[in-house]
Design a protein around this ligand. Structure first.
Ligand code: AVI
Length: 320
């Protein structure tokens, strides 16, 4: 069903984002406190993530951009002209134009839950590609999305860069990839970025940079909770930590308590012992086999795979 006209953020009478509140209260009540990573991205968090992509230690954005820049001929050979490019997320001002110039699509459809980001990205793009029809859709792409009627007859190429798939546990990732297949329809292809397993020190540095921007990104979640959910979490007691969990092939972001603390959020009390953590993000890393397995589990057949010159990041093309 179409999500047009739906209110995408539900708020109570006091203007509190109810999904945020229940995720935080539930998450802080678990033995291992954990808050879903999607709540890192309010306006300040989205800006901090943009800053992260420019950091010397954060290689994924540069590595993926290098692939998009260098492999245009191969993309156009494997994908062909005349497709509608459906981007999951409102698009990056650098990566999206590189793909669109490589493959000569017939339409571009950015999907995003945030209408503001979406409209800004869509008008930027339309200015760069005069003559390319752009049909922005405001929707939660974790579910099946009804695409605009104008592209009904075109074969689709889904585009999901950035290794955002890595921020989901396998079960959620497979649900999303399957919904993408439903959204995109028969004959669709998917071009998806997946970050690679590599030296632990390189990975930890990418998520705990010297300038402390990733730490700020993590602390911003606490500031958001305190502000929007009437919390008094003592930020000075918490330290950002990036941990490599080898068994799960993922970097985890945590907020570690440096002393015993008590605080309240939305009138509920919580405690943390010194050393206890709030788990705030997973960022899974892949190899050839695990990325293929994830795609296959959701009904996508891998067709081609490209790496950057330092073998840090992969872009995979799959067919429905
Ligand atoms: C958006 N996502 C792919 C980023 C990542 O690398 O997992 C989010 C991020 N978290 C800390 N640094 C970057």
């Amino acid at each position: 069903t179409t999500q047009k006209g739906l209110k995408l953020v539900e708020r109570d009478e006091e203007g509190v984002n109810t999904a945020f509140r229940s995720d935080v209260l539930d998450g802080l009540s678990q033995p291992q406190k954990a808050i879903p990573a999607r709540w890192l991205y309010d306006d300040a968090g989205s800006q901090l993530f943009e800053d992260i992509t420019q950091l010397p230690e954060y290689y994924p954005t540069r590595a993926e951009t290098e692939i998009l820049r260098g492999r245009a001929k191969e993309f156009s050979a494997m994908i062909g002209p005349g497709r509608a490019v459906v981007e999951f997320g409102s698009g990056s001002s650098v990566k999206t134009p590189l793909l669109l110039s490589a493959i000569e699509p017939t339409a571009y459809v950015p999907l995003d839950i945030s209408g503001d980001f979406l409209r800004a990205a869509a008008s930027d793009l339309a200015a760069k590609f005069p003559g390319l029809p752009v049909y922005p859709v405001e929707a939660d792409f974790m579910r099946k999305v009804e695409l605009p009627g104008e592209i009904d007859d075109l074969p689709n190429l889904g585009f999901f860069p950035g290794s955002t798939i890595g921020n989901m546990v396998a079960r959620t990732a497979v649900d999303l990839l399957r919904n993408m297949r439903e959204t995109l329809g028969t004959g669709a292809q998917l071009l998806i970025g997946m970050d690679l397993i590599k030296d632990e020190n390189v990975l930890v540095a990418a998520y705990d940079d010297a300038a402390g921007v990733t730490a700020e990104f993590n602390y911003n979640l606490v500031r958001r909770i305190n502000r929007e959910l009437d919390g008094d979490i003592p930020l000075d007691a918490l330290t950002h930590e990036a941990r490599w969990k080898d068994d799960f092939a993922r970097i985890e972001m945590h907020l570690v308590a440096g002393r015993d603390i008590e605080f309240s959020v939305y009138d509920r009390s919580f405690r943390m012992k010194s050393g206890e953590t709030i788990h705030t993000e997973n960022s899974h890393k892949f190899n050839r086999r695990t990325s293929n397995m994830l795609l296959l589990a959701a009904g996508w057949e891998p067709q081609a795979r490209w790496l950057d010159s330092e073998n840090r990041f992969s872009l995979i093309l799959a067919v429905a």
